[in-house]
Design a binder for this molecule. Structure first.
Ligand SMILES: Cc1cc2nc3c(=O)[nH]c(=O)nc-3n(C[C@H](O)[C@H](O)[C@H](O)COP(=O)(O)OP(=O)(O)OC[C@H]3O[C@@H](n4cnc5c(N)ncnc54)[C@H](O)[C@@H]3O)c2cc1C
Length: 374
């Protein structure tokens, strides 16, 4: 089989860039697992928040926001978003962060204790605890399942192929093309490779004899537990510490939360560990009057960061036709539409739209070569 672009990875990164590229070129997506979005994409908190993002991630979030709020006609049948808002809490010592963050976002509203308790009655307030908060009114949940399905449909419609159960074992540059060897003995010839393998980004590079970027997969553990018996928590906003010690949000009649942990991990099928589960419960209980008696559900996923914690999209300097699209970190869902558009244009060696350049998203800020020219 011969294609223009062979995309390695069927998470949000691979699917979103495939849907963009497939309008213009022959595209094949190779995913090792039996289903796409099995790893990090299927394990996220699915929240859109601008207050937690910085630099390129913030710019790409803002550029993605209109798409997520109102997807293009025919992209999906249902809304992809549900506005819930997000409260960032601070103790007296952390109050300075509230003012700094409030200045970052026009629609952010500083809340006093009564205003916070009116929205989330279980917050532990007062001296040594929560004394102030900031509400990001427009934060929203993203329907990741629907977004993934919509990208899959778009890929099919545009004539591209998603092949699951297809693990890439080796890559070799031969004349003007790449030869891609699969675990089942099959092979593919591609003019260009897109490395969208998430936590395995450096593994794929090494298999292709391309210099690794130094990606860091960091494990985060999520727990699901019951809300307080006498209260309906389904309409609560997301709540998180401004310094990142915990967060929780409503999830299908219960609450879902985390200690916002970042534990270094090799690329793998991440599993929740007892200590991280206990830490998530402890940090949430310390910040609230909630009593977490039973963990109803738990999982872990790898958030993978480049050395500067910003996404990477661009051709490798040391190997023609090898395109990096990795390092989405904790923002790969909320940045997906704009990041995929930018990455696809760069992969086709076309300029980015002026709106991207104005927002500070340029070929140079996205390029993997920013790590080699320092
Ligand atoms: C707990 C948690 C909470 C998060 N919360 C949010 C949030 O609220 N908002 C947000 O925007 N983001 C969030 N994220 C981050 C977001 O989920 C990621 O940025 C995004 O999913 C990364 O997508 P990806 O496609 O790069 O990686 P993945 O989804 O991991 O996809 C990579 C794929 O490559 C495949 N692959 C690897 N090696 C090979 C090979 N050799 N051959 C073939 N295929 C291969 C893998 O099987 C995998 O399916 C969260 C992440 C976690 C873990």
């Amino acid at each position: 089989m011969k294609v223009d672009f062979c995309i390695i990875g069927g998470g949000i990164a691979g699917l979103s860039i495939a849907s963009e590229l497939a309008r213009h070129a022959d595209v094949l997506v190779l995913e090792r697992e039996a289903d796409p979005a099995f790893h990090t994409t299927g394990r996220s908190a699915a929240l859109y928040s601008e207050l937690t993002a910085q630099s390129t991630a913030l710019a790409l979030s803002r550029l993605s926001r209109p798409f997520l709020l109102k997807p293009p006609a025919g992209f999906c049948d249902h809304p992809l978003h549900n506005i819930i808002g997000c409260i960032f809490t601070a103790s007296d010592d952390e109050a300075g962060h509230i003012q700094t963050l409030a200045a970052k976002l026009e629609c952010a509203e500083v809340l006093d204790i009564d205003q916070m308790l009116a929205r989330v009655p279980v917050l532990r307030t007062g001296e040594q605890h929560i004394t102030s908060g900031l509400l990001e009114k427009e934060a929203f949940r993203i329907d990741v399942g629907a977004l993934v399905q919509a990208y899959r449909r778009q890929i099919r419609r545009n004539g591209a192929t998603l092949r699951c159960g297809a693990e890439v074992m080796g890559l070799m540059r031969e004349k003007e093309a790449w030869w891609v060897a699969l675990a089942d003995g099959d092979s593919v010839s591609a003019r260009r490779i897109v490395n969208a393998a998430g936590a395995w980004g450096d593994v794929i590079a090494t298999r292709a004899n391309v210099a690794a970027l130094g990606l860091s997969p960091l494990r985060r553990t999520m727990i699901v537990f019951d809300g307080p018996p006498a209260l309906d928590c389904s309409q609560w906003p997301a709540v998180g510490s401004i310094t990142g010690a915990y967060y929780f949000l409503p999830e299908a009649g219960r609450l879902m939360g985390s200690s916002a942990d970042e534990v270094a991990s090799p690329p793998c099928d991440a599993q929740p560990e007892e200590y991280d589960i206990a830490l998530a419960a402890h940090n949430i209980e310390s910040a609230t009057t909630l009593e977490i008696r039973q963990i109803r559900h738990k999982w872990a996923g790898l958030r993978t960061f480049a050395p500067d914690r910003q996404v990477v999209a661009g051709y490798a300097g040391d190997s023609p036709g090898f395109f990096w699209f990795v390092g989405q970190g904790g923002f790969g869902i909320q940045t997906a539409p704009a990041a995929a558009r930018a990455a696809a244009l760069l992969a086709m060696e076309e300029p980015l739209p002026p709106a991207y350049e104005h927002a500070g998203v340029t070929a140079a800020t996205l390029s993997p070569q920013r790590f080699t020219t320092l």
